[in-house]
Design a protein around this ligand. Structure first.
Ligand SMILES: *[C@@H]1O[C@H](CO)[C@@H](O)[C@H](O)[C@H]1NC(C)=O
Length: 363
């Protein structure tokens, strides 16, 4: 989670969404247009020639360049895979999450430009590799970034059938920061965002142990460099936009472990996709014992904003509806003792619901 200092920059976001991604005009200076060919299709940046090709092949479409709108998408009106999801829920374990997070928060820090941030990323990569090693059809890769030494990590469970090219992403960020002393200061980052990293690891672990086979491809992302400006997630979202990857939905989990035991949690309503957010509220209601309350987390508060920026639908549930409930983040006090693994378990249940409901069938 990035701090709220950037609230004032909200207006810039509208400009960023409305503007074209880097490299969107060709060497001749010809502009591309953002074209959408159907409600559940991801808009694509096209050269004039490609647009003319659509016309010649009698395809109808809208030019939504500069509309400043996320794509209209249709999600299930309610969760429909309860039996499958609830069976996988049995495999989620707060104890396993505690073991994972205890090691992950024991590096002096996970700052994305420090030696420790590379070490922690190596540990995460090896731990993920160990988890998936007996699962054919599940691949992992590291994504290097030009400006930071820490690498993002991507795991993909390949879908089967005609929907395999569509992708559902579940993400968290792996880096931490001690804002007083990033390189040498201690930043366990247990909640920010060790909790999200742990939650999605446990979700992946349960899906693999259940031998869940998605129809759409399902990816788990651990982003590098969130704290210094969403560096890892922007690289990846931009790459997916450039390759026209059809991302059907992205769920970001950034801080899932700190709670005042009110039974409440937050649903971010700004810089997210409204319909996907509505579906996520229903997942909370169906699959957790928490009450979802809306709140705004501000410009670029976490990696979901990178996906929105490149025109992909994203949603973000949060540990509380109060953004600054946890007073310890970005310091040496964000330790494993301060997070609640039963609270995190609820988020693993929500993430499992998200993954299964959106990859299971053609809806
Ligand atoms: C939700 O369930 C967990 C156990 O899984 C429990 O520890 C927690 O208190 C429950 N929360 C609410 C708000 O009922």
């Amino acid at each position: 989670m990035k701090s709220s200092l950037t609230y004032l920059l909200t207006a810039c976001y509208a400009a960023a969404v409305a503007s074209q991604p880097t490299g969107s005009s060709d060497k001749l200076g010809h502009e591309r247009s953002l074209i959408q060919v159907g409600e559940s299709h991801i808009p694509i940046w096209m050269m004039e020639q490609e647009v003319l090709g659509l016309i010649r092949s009698k395809k109808t479409f809208m030019d939504i360049t500069g509309n400043n709108l996320l794509p209209a998408m249709v999600y299930p009106t309610e969760p429909r895979q309860k039996a499958v999801v609830q069976e996988i829920h049995q495999l989620l374990s707060p104890d396993s999450m505690r073991i994972f997070l205890t090691t992950f928060s024991s590096f002096p820090n996970r700052y994305c430009r420090s030696h420790y941030g590379v070490k922690s990323s190596d540990w995460l990569y090896n731990t993920v590799a160990e988890l998936i090693k007996n699962n054919r059809g599940t691949l992992n890769r590291r994504v290097p970034h030009r400006r930071i030494s820490q690498q993002s990590i991507v795991v993909r469970i390949e879908g089967q059938g005609n929907l395999a090219s569509e992708v559902v992403v579940v993400g968290a960020h792996q880096d931490s920061i001690n804002q007083a002393n990033p390189y040498m200061g201690r930043s366990p980052g247990a909640d920010d965002d060790g909790s999200g990293s742990t939650t999605i690891f446990e979700t992946l672990s349960a899906l693999l142990r259940a031998q869940y086979q998605p129809a759409r491809s399902l990816e788990f992302h651990w982003y590098a460099g969130e704290e210094i400006g969403l560096v890892g997630s922007q690289d990846i979202a931009q790459d997916y936009a450039n390759r026209n990857v059809n991302v059907r939905a992205m769920l970001q989990l950034d801080m899932t472990g700190f709670t005042d035991h009110s039974g409440n949690m937050g649903i971010v309503t700004d810089f997210v996709h409204p319909e996907l957010t509505q579906f996520t509220r229903q997942l909370v209601h169906t699959y957790s014992n928490l009450t979802a309350l809306d709140f705004q987390c501000g410009y670029a508060c976490s990696d979901h904003a990178s996906w929105s920026k490149y025109g992909f639908p994203s949603a973000m549930p949060f540990e509380s509806n109060e953004m600054e409930l946890n007073p310890y983040i970005h310091s040496d006090k964000d330790t494993v003792e301060t997070v609640d693994f039963d609270h995190m378990l609820q988020f693993a249940k929500i993430a499992t619901g998200f993954a299964v409901e959106l990859t299971h069938t053609s809806e």
